[in-house]
Design a protein around this ligand. Structure first.
Ligand code: LCV
Length: 267
């Protein structure tokens, strides 16, 4: 069975496999599968429907052999919204939906992954990738300070110097490194990617779902258990507010649209 929701030339197609596994294919082909509000909302809705149907394993992918798995948040939408990774925005809502999904979500990755899409991959429970995958965090290219909850996911997934290099240099993490650091569970040749992902999914779908749901939720709670003093949280909020409302953010967005290097002035 497959259902498709399509708005603004984006589409999310869901295929049910063996009754307890679903493959959710998201597409925004003209923008290298960039994540705009419509696409993010459709993905969130699909996951909610699948959860209500008791689907144990969800495979999330933009397809096989893609040059780009996802180019990250749709930068064209940032012109209106200078803080697209705030708690209530579509990207963060989807990330929470993935992390609270009462079953296992597997990211099946072929192609490069950018910005918020890297956070989407890391929010999944398991990551299976082929050799074309790479992971780049580029908010510093557009002047956006990443979110604290997002940075916590990076801290839980990567050594601090590696994640600082990703954020400060916007240098892609190659898939071999990602596997070495445990961001990727399985690294395979492209022709084996779907078969291995399905084999993993079938294995998980044969286990006791209530036990898996309970362990996933416990690990999510333990992973997020980081006490932050009120004063520190307020200082972080102010640092982010200043950066999100600053000239550099506008310059970063304009430079992307005009295909030129940004000239940041620190204000
Ligand atoms: C809209 C796009 C995009 C795009 N949005 O092909 O993580 S955070 O906090 O930063 C968060 C806010 C976030 O996720 O921000 C976005 C982070 N993403 C990026 O920085 C990636 C930006 N894209 C690129 O650097 C390049 O497009 C890559 C390297 C992915 C591919 O380069 P390539 O030369 O192969 P083009 O750049 O020509 O892109 C093809 C079409 O996709 C659009 C882009 O504008 C172009 O559209 P046109 O054909 O109409 O010119 N596109 C690419 N990424 N994130 N649109």
């Amino acid at each position: 069975m497959s259902t498709m929701t399509s708005e603004e030339a984006v589409e999310v197609t869901t295929e049910i496999i063996d009754g307890r596994i679903a493959k959710v294919l998201f597409r925004n082909a003209s923008k290298l599968h960039a994540l705009n509000g419509a696409l993010l909302g459709s993905m969130e809705k699909q996951l909610t429907v699948l959860a209500s149907q008791g689907v144990s394993v969800v495979i999330l992918t933009s397809g096989l052999g893609e040059k780009v798995w996802s180019a990250g948040h749709d930068i064209d939408e940032l012109a209106e919204d200078h803080d697209p990774i705030a708690w209530g925005k579509p990207l963060e809502r989807l990330l929470r939906r993935v992390r609270t999904y009462p079953g296992v979500v597997i990211a099946m990755v072929s192609g490069s992954v950018w910005g918020g899409a890297v956070d989407l991959v890391m929010s999944c429970d398991l990551v299976v990738a082929d050799m074309s995958a790479r992971f780049a965090m580029t908010p510093a290219n557009i002047g956006l300070p990443y979110s604290t909850s997002g940075l916590l996911r990076f801290v839980n997934n990567l050594p601090i110097h590696i994640l600082k290099e990703m954020f400060f240099c916007a240098r892609p993490l190659e898939v071999e490194q990602a596997e070495h650091f445990g961001l990727v569970n399985r690294l395979v040749q492209q022709e084996d990617l779907e078969a291995l992902t399905l084999e993993m999914a079938r294995g998980i779908a044969s286990k006791a779902p209530l036990a898996i749901t309970a362990v996933k939720e416990q690990l999510r709670i333990l992973e997020d258990l980081v006490p932050v003093p009120v004063d520190a949280m307020e200082r972080i909020t102010e640092l982010r507010r200043v950066a999100c409302s600053g000239e550099d953010m506008r310059e970063g967005l304009e430079a992307f649209v005009q295909r030129r290097a940004p000239l940041f002035r620190g204000r």
